[in-house]
Design a protein around this ligand. Structure first.
Ligand code: NAD
Length: 260
């Protein structure tokens, strides 16, 4: 199972987990689309990946909450490479507050990036996948697709929602050979997590070391962060799997935090 010449759109891939998945896929010979907010950063990432090879990468500017930009970005990819084999809806943010303090505009912003983003990018890619009779859609969920934590009402709600959307797509897409699955990582040390360590320490009234050791890694089997490479490996499995046998599923990659 490899991804040679497969056209893979990855949102939020200028940084963090998305970039790590792109790195893994390019090493396998894939054609990667770095879809991110700022074209300059997306282009830098795409250039670095193409230099790495053997696959290639292109950049598109895409705010995943903007329907016109999503459709234009997907059209650009189809014009250049003629098809879309894999969509990884990965773009995401974190905002932490106690529920009673959660500003409504921040709640809506978070839900829009995670849920509208998954909906709009899937809606734009599915017709191309249906035409080809195959495709793989992967949502970046989280252990918070299955588990709750204080301060994360919007994030937990959004990540649970992605499970439902993936299951519907897996049912609607099956007759067209299109699969949909969710990756559920534990804490991965990326800019998204680094930002929330001091924020959580302040909101919970504990030290940053306690946030890392107790809040983030306390439920793991070995007190270890999940790595970007771990998540990329699961993404590769879902992307390259050849049949509808693996669809409508979610896989937790978290050093044992949350077992089911
Ligand atoms: P990150 O902050 O390093 O990267 C997120 C990327 O998304 C950035 O490049 C950013 O520019 C982009 N982005 C943000 N809003 C966007 C928008 N509206 N349109 C397009 N792009 C946008 O974060 P990360 O840790 O790599 O997170 C990636 C995904 O993994 C997120 O969905 C996150 O919820 C999920 N996740 C992260 C962890 C973790 O511990 N880091 C754990 C579980 C799940």
């Amino acid at each position: 199972m490899n991804l040679k010449d497969k056209v893979c759109i990855i949102t939020g891939a200028a940084s963090g987990i998305g970039y790590g998945i792109a790195t893994r896929f390019v090493a396998d010979g894939a054609k990667i689309v770095i879809a991110d907010l700022k074209l300059g950063l997306a282009q830098q990432a795409a250039d670095a990946l193409t230099a790495q090879g053997p696959g290639v990468a292109m950049a598109v500017e895409m705010n995943v909450t903007d329907e016109a930009q999503v459709n234009a970005g997907v059209a650009q990819v189809v014009e250049k490479w003629g098809r879309i084999d894999v969509l990884i809806s990965n773009a995401g943010i974190q905002i932490v507050h106690r529920l009673e303090d959660f500003p409504f505009n921040e709640w809506k912003k978070l839900l829009a990036i995670h849920l509208d983003g998954a909906f709009l990018t899937s809606k734009a890619c599915l017709p191309h996948m249906y035409k080809a009779g195959s495709g793989s859609i992967i949502f970046m969920g989280s252990v918070h697709s299955k588990e709750a934590s204080p301060l994360k009402s919007a994030y937990v709600t959004a990540k649970h929602g992605l499970l439902g959307l993936a299951r519907v797509i897996s049912k609607e897409g099956a007759e067209h050979g299109v699969r949909a699955n969710v990756i559920c990582p534990g804490f991965v040390n990326t800019p998204l997590v680094e930002k929330q360590i001091p924020e959580q320490a302040k909101d919970l009234g504990i030290s940053t070391t306690e946030v890392i050791n107790h809040v983030m890694l306390g439920e793991t089997v070995d007190h270890a962060f999940t790595t970007i490479e771990d998540v990329a490996e699961v993404a590769h499995l879902f992307a390259a799997f050849p049949s509808n046998a693996l669809t409508g599923q979610s896989l937790v990659v978290s050093h044992g935090w949350y077992m089911n």
